[in-house]
Design a protein around this ligand. Structure first.
Ligand code: ZN
Length: 133
């Protein structure tokens, strides 16, 4: 808590409940904020990496809007982008998820909302693996 204010960070996660709830836990641990704004989309890392999908453009627009709101209204300066293995909405292999996360990081950094953008993935054993920052 800074000056009596609740601190927020931001998570961009797949909409799978397992991924989003565990991502929140890791964001709190990684960033030390009290609260986390969770923004979800099916196969989030793939969407942010420019994966071609019918809803991609619209989903990306919504995610960007919600990310901006998290930064502007809740003062979040830290963002964690998460991917996970065995994702039904982004069916690539583990190593390819890492490539998607790197592209996703570049995109989110280009938005300019968050000075700190980290990425991570839940591996096949559902362990949290930090992939950047
Ligand atoms: Zn998923």
């Amino acid at each position: 808590m800074i000056d009596g204010k609740v601190t927020f960070s931001t998570v961009l996660s797949c909409d799978s409940l397992h991924c989003s709830t565990d991502s929140v836990r890791w964001a709190k641990r990684t960033f030390g904020t009290m609260e986390v704004d969770v923004i979800t989309a099916p196969g989030m890392d793939g969407i942010l990496a420019g994966m071609a999908r019918a809803d991609a453009e619209e989903t990306l627009r919504r995610v960007k809007l919600e990310a901006e709101r998290s930064a502007r209204e809740n003062g979040s300066t830290q963002c964690l982008i998460m991917g996970h293995c065995n994702c039904k909405a982004n069916t690539v292999e583990y190593e390819e998820h890492k490539v998607h996360l790197e592209k996703a990081k570049q995109l989110v950094e280009s938005w300019g909302f968050f000075p700190w953008v980290a990425t991570g993935i839940f591996n096949p054993q559902w362990e949290f693996i930090r992939t950047a920052a």
